[in-house]
Design a protein around this ligand. Structure first.
Ligand code: BTN
Length: 263
């Protein structure tokens, strides 16, 4: 039976630590902001029915329609290396994409670094933030927004965003999606901690629509046309520029416009 609200009593994934501790809120400014300032155990999941100040990448706003979206943040610690932020972003994107592909008979893909897309529209965004003490990262906040039961989007988003409802024509149970995601993510995160980032990237690359496509990079006001050729062991995108030289780009440095050119 479909439940309109997330049922926190049924958030019981078959995991060892991811989402074993759950903080469920009807409303919050941002699950990332709350998770950042709360002392809690590794794997704690913050989940809200709506956010009043949902945060997207590059300072953008993230729309969090009440009772429709999955707005969640997972606390990961201890993490000490700065590269982990970019790498966990990619691992999370892979886990969301595979979860959705497993649950729905649809072909979701990844736009580097971390958007889950289908038919040229975005269904999920990921914002990983590090909490630092001195020059060390003490924990990571892995923020994930999935559009589930939205029936429509505002005019400025309707050509760029989609939801599971718009794709399947029916309401979907967010509790089930979260449980399933937690299980896939724990398995991949454990692989990552065990040093298997490269094998995860093989799976990631098979789902990545950015690879082998033309991209336009906007870097320091300059526009560079290139072809995306690979993902590095740090999670950077390797591109071949028109002059034949290669460049590794970090997700924070540039805006990438490609076939999913909504930025
Ligand atoms: C993006 O710009 O694509 C990233 C969007 C990330 C949104 C999620 S929703 C849950 C978590 N809390 C936030 O404020 N942002 C992230």
């Amino acid at each position: 039976m479909f439940n309109k609200k997330i049922n926190p009593n049924k958030l019981k994934p078959n995991t060892d630590f991811i989402a074993q501790n759950v903080v469920y809120l009807k409303t919050v400014n941002s699950t990332n902001t709350l998770a950042k300032k709360t002392n809690c155990e590794n794997g704690t999941l913050f989940i809200a029915e709506t956010q009043t100040d949902g945060k997207g990448r590059m300072g953008r706003e993230w729309l969090s329609e009440k009772n429709c979206c999955i707005c969640m943040s997972i606390v990961l610690n201890p993490v000490t290396v700065i590269e982990a932020v970019a790498q966990i972003t990619l691992v999370t994107g892979l886990a969301v994409c595979e979860t959705l592909n497993k649950l729905f008979d649809l072909k979701f893909k990844i736009k580097w670094p971390n958007d889950i897309v289908i038919d040229g529209k975005k269904i999920c965004g990921i914002l990983v933030e590090g909490v630092t003490e001195g020059n060390k990262i003490t924990k990571l906040i892995d923020g994930i927004g999935i559009n589930v039961n939205q029936k429509a989007f505002p005019d400025e988003l309707k050509n760029k965003a989609t939801s599971l409802f718009l794709l399947t024509g029916k309401k979907n149970d967010r509790t089930k999606i979260i449980n399933s995601f937690a299980e896939v993510f724990e398995s991949y995160y454990t692989d990552f901690i065990d040093g298997n980032f490269e094998s995860l990237m093989e799976k990631y690359k098979a789902l990545c629509v950015t690879l082998n496509s033309n991209v336009t990079l906007i870097q320091n006001g300059e526009t560079i046309n290139a072809v995306a050729t690979d993902i590095t062991e740090k999670g950077e995108l390797t591109v071949k520029k028109e002059d034949g030289t290669f460049l590794n780009i970090n997700s924070g440095e540039v805006s990438v416009r490609g076939i999913y050119g909504y930025y």
